[in-house]
Design a protein around this ligand. Structure first.
Ligand SMILES: *Cc1c(COP(=O)(O)O)cnc(C)c1O
Length: 343
């Protein structure tokens, strides 16, 4: 494993971050004349906590991690971009990723002019560990893993993930956006064992809060410190922080939603098995299911006519004639099945 100082871009390593008014004075006072805010329109007139400590302390309890090991972003998309900006020198460094997977890793690589090395998954959509390691060279800074993976739906094998964590010297990102639906231990519980690992989770899926844009990264204090240096000072606004505190009051509600989704997922898979145009239903640990059909384009067009939108993944590598179907409510799933019976 490489030292963090060898992995971080030199300009970021020596960067002196912007010091905002809320960084320079942190206590309680009665008169705030330090940030050129407007004293009217309480409570929206004040800049929010740049490090969102109240929300972090609450997430720390719910997720069983230390608050110092958390970074929040405007969705997970922000930490994905921050990882490139922190570790990858444009035009020089590269990253290795499983394929197919979530499209944002490649888009952010392109935006940052970083070479993206996609390595196809093997049978069962599992990691080709040897091919991943063979794709690594001296300029490979980051490896992207997603488990449960989008769009395939399956968890990656722990043995494979751990082999990459041990043998690759750089940063390994494990995107657990769908973790709540998989019933496994989160890699966020192994931060002490793997100091070069970053685990991503989000409020967009199981927490049913995609519109508020709140993503989480869990990593060592050193990595969090580097990402904090380059994020926008007030990247999480007050409305989002207040909302997060509210929804975090009831984590059991979210657990129950996930349980319900998992149960509806089995019902939907059972129903889908009955159609002769369904060729394969891939095993899923997420709130969606990847289904191979005889003609994905035709099915997609038909369902769209019916007012039901699924994701056509026909053009994705290894996903020819596949559609990705999100698990909806009981009623929505029934409407889908009703439409499919007439297809
Ligand atoms: C949906 C999804 C996310 C969530 O992104 P946000 O920016 O947090 O909404 C992250 N990773 C994967 C793999 C996803 O499918």
């Amino acid at each position: 494993m490489k030292e963090l100082s060898q992995l971080v871009r030199p300009n970021i390593l020596k960067l002196k971050p912007y010091s905002c008014a809320r960084d320079e004075f942190k206590g309680e006072a009665s008169v705030y004349l330090d940030a050129n805010e407007n004293p009217r329109n309480d409570p929206y007139n004040r800049y929010p906590d740049p490090l969102q400590w109240a929300v972090k302390h609450r997430v720390a309890e719910v997720k069983h991690v230390d608050a110092k090991n958390i970074l929040f972003g405007n969705g997970s998309d922000e930490p994905i971009d921050l990882v490139y900006r922190a570790f990858c020198e444009p035009g020089v460094d590269n990253v290795v990723a499983i394929a197919p997977t979530y499209g944002m890793y490649e888009v952010c690589a392109d935006v940052n002019n970083v070479e993206y090395r996609a390595v196809l998954l093997k049978e069962g959509f599992q990691i080709d560990v040897d091919a991943m390691l063979a794709a690594v060279d001296d300029h490979t800074k980051v490896m992207w893993l997603c488990s449960p993976n989008n769009p395939t739906g399956n968890c990656l094998k722990d043995g494979d993930i751990e082999k990459l964590l041990k043998e690759f010297g750089g940063i390994v990102v494990i995107d657990e956006a769908y973790w709540d639906f998989c019933g496994r231990e989160s890699y966020s519980q192994k931060l002490a064992k793997y100091p070069n690992m970053i685990v991503l989770q989000t409020f967009s899926k199981a927490w049913a809060s995609a519109s508020v844009r709140l993503g989480m990264a869990f990593a060592s204090e050193e990595i969090i410190g580097i990402l904090n240096k380059i994020k926008y000072p007030y990247n999480i606004n007050k409305l989002t922080q207040d909302y997060a505190l509210k929804i975090l009051k009831n984590p059991d509600v979210i657990k129950n939603w996930a349980k319900e989704t998992i149960s509806l997922r089995s019902d939907l898979v059972y129903e889908l098995k009955g159609f002769n145009f369904v060729e394969k239903i891939y095993p899923t640990d997420a709130n969606f299911v990847l289904v191979k059909v005889t003609d994905a384009n035709g099915l997609y067009a038909y369902l769209t006519e019916c007012g039901i939108i699924v994701r056509n993944r026909h053009r994705v590598q290894l996903c020819g004639n596949c559609v990705r179907i999100t698990i909806g409510t009981k009623e929505e799933n029934e409407e889908l099945i009703k439409a499919l019976k007439k297809y």
